[in-house]
Design a protein around this ligand. Structure first.
Ligand code: ZN
Length: 113
């Protein structure tokens, strides 16, 4: 399961960071997940439940912000959201579009005491 291994590495990062900052309980986590990562928010939430047996995560609320797929036209430099595989530039119609967003997956921030 893709999402479980993603959550494994996310919780690993959080554990290390919390230890460094003397945090024993995390209350809120915000993740940014690009649509091209193919990670489903519901599946990430579900995978996160596995880690709630740990004291550090038991009261944590996981928020997931989905980032759309974004392209930049190589002809007119217009930036736009790509929906349903529509890869042509809406401004000039060019097909020379470079992907500039949608692959990200990172911890935006977390809170705890
Ligand atoms: Zn264009």
């Amino acid at each position: 399961m893709h999402e479980l291994s993603l959550m494994e590495s996310i919780t690993k990062t959080l554990r290390a960071s919390a230890a460094e900052n003397g945090i024993t309980k995390i209350t809120r986590i915000r993740l940014v997940v690009g649509k091209l990562t193919m990670a489903l928010p519901e599946a990430l939430q579900y995978a996160f439940e596995v880690f709630k047996s740990e004291e550090l995560f038991q009261d944590a609320v996981l928020e997931i912000a989905e980032e759309p797929v974004r392209g930049e036209c190589q002809k007119c430099h217009h930036r736009f959201e790509i929906n349903d595989g529509e890869f042509s530039c809406p401004a000039c119609g060019s097909l020379r579009v470079k992907l500039v967003g949608g692959r990200e997956l990172y911890i935006d921030f977390y809170e705890g005491d």
